[in-house]
Design a protein around this ligand. Sequence first.
Ligand code: SF4
Ligand code: SF4
Length: 242
Amino acid sequence: MTQLALVIDLNVCVGCHACVTSCKQWNTSGAAGPLVDDQPYGADPTGTFFNRVQTFEVGEFPNTQTVHFPKSCLHCEDPPCVPVCPTGASYKRKEDGIVLVDYDKCIGCKYCSWACPYGAREIDEERKVMTKCTLCVDRITDTALPAAERKPACVLACPTHARLFGDVHDPESVVSVAIRERGGYALMPEWNTRPANHYLPRRRTELTVHAEDLVRVDNPLKIDGSRPESPQQGLGREDFAT
Ligand code: SF4
Ligand code: SF4
């Protein structure tokens, strides 16, 4: 059986959120451009994200690393979100293993979001239905699109190619090769959900930081402890009058 999935390389993800905004633009019609300064989310912010990037720091200063961790539905092979659904709205497709929600059957009871150990589902407060990553099922099956574009929006948008897409049951697929050769791992295997999505680990770079490297000796304002004289020193407001 085919099992489509994403493989995300944590070593090259730079946390730019291109995957987040392209996902939102394609799937939930949200604004993907820069937010305005004044009340960027309005008085009553709503909206769902199928994909989020969580950024955190590991280690102790000065030997710290910043980790960008994109997370969406992992399309588990044994998804606990499916059997808890009282209406059959939450289901796993036989032909490609994608886990989906049938919005016509969903009653918004949220059982599935409680069952998902990864926090991958978000309720759409406007439509009152549960939502999550669909692997852009409408894109990847659209034969009107050129073959190269039949990929999830996030995969196409990622500037560092951190996101790979393919069939993890095909040993020769790009995702299977990456998992096999680059130490791909699944999230929280102790839950026995068998996530189809995998992550490629960060590769540690050994770096020695010396204390003197942390002092900016080349800062011109610090030379001899004196500040350079301002060329405009002594000028009054009237000097700029036209
Ligand atoms: Fe279900 Fe969560 Fe697994 Fe997605 S990640 S298939 S929502 S249990
Ligand atoms: Fe099923 Fe919708 Fe309830 Fe989730 S919120 S369990 S998909 S009916």
